[in-house]
Write a protein that binds this ligand. Structure first.
Ligand code: 4AD
Ligand code: MG
Length: 501
């Protein structure tokens, strides 16, 4: 490797020098005797200018032959040019074709999401996917920093387990040498054991749920971070979750500004992510669903969706009329806008189908049942930042939850709901500490007591109040990046109908 090999992201440190860039051809323009090669190396994009007269014949041939995603090494001098991507440009002195890519399947034209998902291994090279993965990386890094700075110990919970954590309906069962075992749904129970050894811990690992529904919020394999803290009550737990989310959003906004811009993320809702988050009890949330104000909000949304649709329809008609006389470049603009309008109108159509159902389901919501995705969305409309819903009816919550001493019908759980329709991204609560109560709960939930013997021990030997929560990494990434579906928030999504590539 030449000593002058540098990353595109470091070009600013090499102005005026001769360097070598190594990467893949992202895009190419050219004319007679000149080629503009946009190179991507994973750290960024840079334009490299190749003048036929200034390079040898082999270099010119390499530049001419290079197709989209061909691998290249380009040597040249660095100059600042703020009009170019990344703000720097390289004037090539030599070009080497490391390997040629034949007929790269993902071209700049529009592709359907199924096609892109089937080519996920290549799609990851595209700009938007690149930006998402960089934000994901920042979130993971900030997550570790946040907990480590406060003296938490990271623990690895087992992935193969003998017990359910979050109910038995989403377990992936495997044959463990003739005995049944499961892929973990959550590291929480083992995390509790470790918290009794360390005080404050967090797990960070893959978790699995055999979700048989196709929604944009569910993966069958996702990554979860689960802090568990001895001597923390429900309020302490809520503050911890709030602090974490604020930190993640702040870090991504300051360290991934370019990525957010590529993703066209509206920053206004992110800027409002500041503590304290409104803390809303389940009872209050139900009131919100039942309120006249919610019904009015629904009507307003239906109205404005109809208005927007009419506006877009009119714009489409205008463009059609102008199309005949338009110049070629104008036609291209119209074509692009038409695709955009169709996409938006499909979304509006979906909203207009959903909103009346949501309106009805909010009005008739029954106390004692769990919120659906639409209920969560509707509740968050009433606030300008994430909210924390707490104290749920125990019947739809996990066996390990502590009951509210003030009201035995309620479990001391809490969920953080993100705004903009992202819904639950954090779930957690205060844990039951009483042995007899826990034993009764295991039985009431139809779970086999013998696999929980070790968990019961935690209540026999120095049981203390403790709390924790789980934050879904992909839901957090999707929310902060503004992605519609979780499948783009993880490198290789696992869904009901997808385990390839
Ligand atoms: O609310 P959940 O099921 O809670 C637990 O697993 C607890 N044991 C956590 C704890 O207290 N230590 O899951 C926690 C979070 C959800 O809020 C969501 O962000 C994410 O995990 N999550 C999923 N993400 C993607 N796909 C799925 N199928 C998910 N299920 C849960
Ligand atoms: Mg939950």
């Amino acid at each position: 490797m030449p000593v002058d090999h540098v990353s595109i992201s470091n070009l600013s440190e090499h102005e005026g020098e001769t360097v070598t860039l190594k990467g893949w051809l992202y895009n190419k323009r050219g004319g007679k005797g000149i080629a503009f090669l946009i190179l991507r190396d994973g750290s960024g994009l840079a334009q490299c200018v190749v003048n036929q007269e200034e390079v040898d014949e082999a270099s010119w041939t390499a530049a001419s032959d290079a197709s989209q995603e061909s691998a290249l090494a380009i040597r040249g001098s660095v100059r600042a040019d703020e009009r170019q991507v990344g703000g720097y440009e390289v004037q090539a002195t030599s070009v080497e074709l490391i390997s040629k890519a034949e007929d790269y399947p993902i071209t700049p034209k529009e592709h359907g999401v199924e096609f892109l998902m089937n080519h996920r291994h290549l799609w990851l090279r595209s700009r938007k996917q690149w930006a998402v993965m960089r934000v994901r990386n920042q979130i993971i890094y900030s997550m570790h920093q946040f907990f480590q700075e406060q003296g938490f110990v990271q623990m690895d919970a087992p992935i193969l387990t003998g017990n359910a954590v979050e109910g038995t309906s989403t377990l992936f069962e495997i044959d463990y040498f003739g005995r049944p075992a499961y892929l973990t749904q959550s590291g929480q129970l083992h995390g509790e054991a470790m918290a009794m050894a360390m005080g404050k811990i967090y797990t960070f690992g893959p978790t699995f749920r055999a979700e048989k529904s196709k929604t944009r919020r569910h993966l069958t394999e996702f990554w979860m971070i689960e802090p568990e803290m001895a001597f923390y009550d429900l309020d302490d737990n809520m503050s911890m979750a709030e602090g974490l989310l604020c930190r993640l959003v702040t870090d991504v906004m300051s360290k991934c500004a370019t990525e957010l811009e590529m993703l066209e993320r509206d920053l206004e809702p992110l800027k409002r992510v500041e503590g304290p988050f409104p803390r809303v009890s389940y009872d209050e949330a139900v009131d919100i669903l039942h309120s006249d104000e919610t019904q009015r909000m629904m009507d307003q949304r239906i109205e404005s969706a109809k208005e927007e649709d009419a506006r877009l329809e009119a714009e489409l008609a205008e463009n059609k009329k102008a199309y005949g006389q338009a110049k070629k470049w104008q036609k291209r603009k119209f074509d692009a806008r038409e695709i955009e309008i169709h996409k938006r109108r499909n979304e509006i159509e979906e909203d207009l189908r959903n909103l009346p159902k949501w309106k009805e389901s909010a009005r008739t919501f029954e106390w004692g049942t769990d919120f659906g995705g639409s209920d969560e969305t509707v509740i968050t409309w009433h606030f300008d930042r994430p909210i924390i819903v707490h104290r749920f009816p125990h019947q739809f919550k996990a066996f390990y939850m502590k009951r509210d001493p003030e009201d035995d019908r309620l479990a001391l759980g809490m969920d953080v709901l993100a705004p903009e329709g992202y819904g639950e991204i954090v779930g957690g609560g205060e844990r039951a500490t009483d042995l007899a109560f826990l034993e009764a709960q295991v039985e009431a939930h139809g779970l086999p007591a013998e696999v929980f013997d070790w968990y019961f021990d935690l209540r026999k030997f120095g049981s203390v109040p403790h709390s924790g929560f789980g934050i879904g990494l992909e839901r957090t990434v999707a929310w902060i990046c503004g992605l519609h579906h979780l499948r783009e928030a993880i490198p290789f999504p696992r869904l009901l109908d997808r385990i390839h590539p």
